[in-house]
Design a protein around this ligand. Structure first.
Ligand code: DSN
Length: 420
């Protein structure tokens, strides 16, 4: 597939080649990233990128959509089976537009809602003042508890009873523990609010029962399709049948134009893969690996938010090692060693969101690659070495060697010469 790019555009070809080397020779620990299968990658790169399909299957505005209908019907049917939900819209281009569509469908501008504060593990679209969700709507944030760094459901209830929001949003991007969706529903019911869950990070775990599914406890659930779910870049919205029309209208024509049919083809393939028993094993291994990595880090003297993890992600605290506000420097040092992470705020960040005191890592991508608990032990040690000596080029170079050796044991896309 790459020979045409090589001939037509050597600059883009060279960049793709470099990216392939980067991912093959490094340890990808950004918890929102993953490696799709060869089948998903191929479905994505198809002639469906050429088609316009405004509308929904069997109710399109343009001709020639019979085949695009097959694709979207397959994606919807498989997503419904995977998540056991009543209605699915697979058209959202990504997570933020999916969340925006739900807000458009269920709220009026200026309405009150609640979401987890970005600094404590929420997402921009959960009410940040710089995002549409905080600008167009009145957000009352809940935080984690200062001592335990865990969600405090009594506190969430107190805010809900006081502010009477129209919608309560549960969901995370940097919270390493399980979410009690039932508790959120009980709070939402008490104040007559919608309960919306954004499971972008944990969708794969929810689909296989490794994390409790929010579906029975929610009016609407959104997710991206490219994180633990291991599909192409994109999103979807799941809801009760009674909200189906409002959600569909909000996505199209409310917010988006034509769906990306090539992405829907890749989503359909990814959902089929996620319905296989091997995917269940994969999601279990994600959590086992995260837990092993957390243990290794702590054994090597690194402090973690909440003292560990029970999902796919880990939040390292740098401030307790005298590295307050050094997230960016540590992220860069890890990158030099071939370990990809992202700087992140920790709860009640003592420095600033631009120079935060945390590092966020996770195991979806390395687990796809085949890494197991013993490898996590090695990676934990490597990360600790870099954190302790993040300015020492000798240490970084030594760790780089260890990472290269580890990666050579797990060739990425082994049966797929990605450059051909
Ligand atoms: N950017 C995603 C993440 O890394 O968590 C959220 O949208």
């Amino acid at each position: 597939m790459m020979d045409s790019i090589e001939k037509a555009d050597s600059e883009v070809y060279e960049a793709i080649k470099k990216e392939v080397s980067r991912i093959r020779d490094g340890v990808e620990l950004i918890p929102s990233e993953n490696f799709v299968s060869k089948a998903v990658l191929q479905a994505y790169a198809t002639v469906f990128t050429n088609k316009y399909s405004e509308g929904y299957p069997h109710k399109r505005y343009y001709g020639g959509n019979e085949i695009a209908d097959i694709i979207e019907d397959l994606a919807i049917a498989r997503a419904k089976k995977l998540f056991k939900c009543e209605h699915v819209n697979v058209q959202p281009y990504s997570g933020s537009p999916a969340n925006m569509a739900v807000f458009f469908a269920l709220l009026n501008l200026g309405d009150k809602f609640m979401g987890l504060d970005l600094n404590c593990g929420g997402h921009l679209t959960h009410g940040s003042s710089v995002n549409f969700s905080g600008k167009f709507y009145k957000c009352f944030h809940y935080n984690v508890d200062k001592e335990t760094e865990l969600l405090d459901y009594d506190e969430i209830k107190k805010i809900a009873v006081k502010e009477k929001p129209k919608l309560i949003l549960s969901g995370l991007t940097a919270y390493p523990r399980k979410i009690d969706f039932k508790a959120f529903k009980e709070i939402a019911d008490e104040v007559n609010a919608y309960h919306m869950a954004d499971i972008a990070h944990i969708a794969g775990l929810c689909a296989t029962g490794v994390h409790e599914s929010p579906i029975p406890y929610c009016d609407v659930v959104t997710t991206t399709t490219h994180k633990t779910l291991r599909g192409p870049r994109g999103a979807m919205i799941m809801c009760k049948e009674e909200l189906a029309q409002a959600i569909d209208k909000a996505v199209f024509p409310g917010l988006q134009g034509g769906p990306h049919d090539h992405v829907n083809a890749a989503k359909a393939v990814a959902f089929k893969e996620a319905l296989q028993p091997e995917y269940g094993e994969y999601t279990k291994q994600i959590v086992k690996n995260a837990s092993a990595l957390a243990d290794s880090l702590m054994e090597n003297g690194i402090d973690l938010v909440t003292g560990g993890t029970d999902n796919h992600l880990i939040l390292i605290k740098l401030n307790t090692k005298g590295l307050e506000g050094k997230g960016k420097d540590v992220q860069n040092a890890l990158e030099e060693a071939g370990i990809y992470s992202n700087k992140n705020t920790i709860p009640f960040e003592p420095a600033s969101p631009f120079n935060p005191s945390g590092i966020r890592i996770g195991t979806p991508a390395v687990t796809t690659r085949g890494f197991k608990e013993s490898d996590m032990k090695v990676i934990g040690k490597c990360i600790a070495k870099v954190i302790n000596k993040y300015e020492d080029k000798k240490v970084i170079s030594m760790v780089r060697g260890e990472i290269l050796e580890l990666c050579s044991n797990y060739p990425l896309y082994p049966d797929f010469d990605i450059l051909r």
